[in-house]
Design a protein around this ligand. Structure first.
Ligand code: GRF
Length: 188
């Protein structure tokens, strides 16, 4: 399975996937490219260090569909079959979603449909929930929306701050994303 990963920032989920592919934990796969819409994304350097090709495709004031068309072209010309969003901070246009039917997935740091959008960990913390977590889901044109593939719960502990809770969720994100991609690669 040829995988393309889209990032906008830190790239820790991207690193988890790249390393799991390299170690064979995610079998029969290759990360063909990491694409960022942000030239300053810290994840770009991490991908390069791991020998993965990177491409920057900035929006530059273009319409979303035109920006997406260039990203689709970069993915298609490398034969990408599965697109993993990993901290990619943009909504996808309908043509992008339709270019890879049921083959675009995202990770989000809450138990969707609860707490979509930015700062999901803080949203959950502020809401006072006892349990939050993370979700891998298929992507449609809506924000943090689309059929759920896997979820994992993370309890809020009595002494938690937003930072400690977010750190425990992030750890679970990395292993959940690997598990979800393993499922998808094996046709599950
Ligand atoms: C993660 O919390 C992910 O769930 C969300 O954005 C964050 C990206 O972190 N969509 P990283 O860039 O993977 O470190």
């Amino acid at each position: 399975m040829k995988i393309g990963i889209l990032i906008s920032g830190r790239g820790s989920n991207m690193v988890a996937l790249v390393d799991a592919v390299a170690s064979g934990e995610i079998p029969s796969s290759e990360v063909a490219v990491v694409i960022s819409d942000n030239a300053d994304a810290a994840g770009l350097e991490k991908a390069t260090q791991r020998g993965v090709e990177t491409v920057v495709v900035e929006r530059n004031g273009r319409k979303r569909a035109d920006h997406d068309a260039e990203i689709i072209e970069e993915l298609k010309k490398r034969g990408v079959e599965l697109v993993c969003l990993a901290g990619y901070m943009r909504l996808l246009s309908q043509p992008f979603v339709q270019a890879f039917p049921n083959k675009i997935v995202n990770i989000h740091p809450s138990l969707l449909p609860a707490f979509p959008g930015l700062d999901a960990q803080k949203q959950a913390f502020d809401a006072g929930v006892a349990i939050t977590g993370c979700t891998v889901h298929y992507v449609d044109e809506l924000l943090d929306h689309g059929p759920v593939i896997l979820q994992r719960k993370v309890p809020r502990l009595p002494d938690d701050t937003v930072e400690t809770l977010s750190a425990r969720i992030l750890e679970e994100e990395h292993s959940l994303y690997i598990d979800a991609v393993k499922l998808l690669v094996s046709g599950g």
